[in-house]
Design a protein around this ligand. Sequence first.
Ligand code: HEM
Length: 146
Amino acid sequence: MSYGLLITLHLLGAVAFAGTVFFEVVLLAGVHDRVPAQHMRPVEQALGTRATAVMPWVLLVLYTAGAALAWRHRALLAHPLASSMGTLMALKIGLAFSVLGHFFTAMWWRRRGQLNGQRSHRLHLSVFCHVLAIVLLAKAMFYLHW
Ligand code: HEM
């Protein structure tokens, strides 16, 4: 697959994923105080069902394209401390795997009935901070040199 297609798929996946996290953490969280809980609950349930159907495909595209891009930069990633770009790229990829860790932790807690509101909020906030750092690192690795 061409580099142009891979980076476009990766970027589209990143936009969809980061946009969803932004919607949940910044927009939806701010609506809770203004809308009664009995109205919010069915909406959140429907959003959850929709996200469960769509997000695995978004993550599949994002991570598969990311892995293919990383393969193209494998010489750089083999010695991450040898260059600023390698260090920032390795850090970015590490954070992306940490996001996957959050995802699997949430699934594990949900299966065991342990995913309460507070845990879910903390997970979302942590993923939001991760995604922010990932996007900044993804750009910094091309512009920040030492
Ligand atoms: C939450 C997950 C991820 C997000 C939000 C994300 C986001 C991004 C963004 C915004 C870019 C810049 C694209 C551009 O310059 O047009 C990028 C580049 C890149 N990403 Fe990711 N990414 C994620 C996961 C991954 C994973 C899992 C890998 C590898 C296993 C990866 C490897 C790369 C590489 C190698 C580049 C540089 C490609 C290049 O310009 O040559 N990413 N990523």
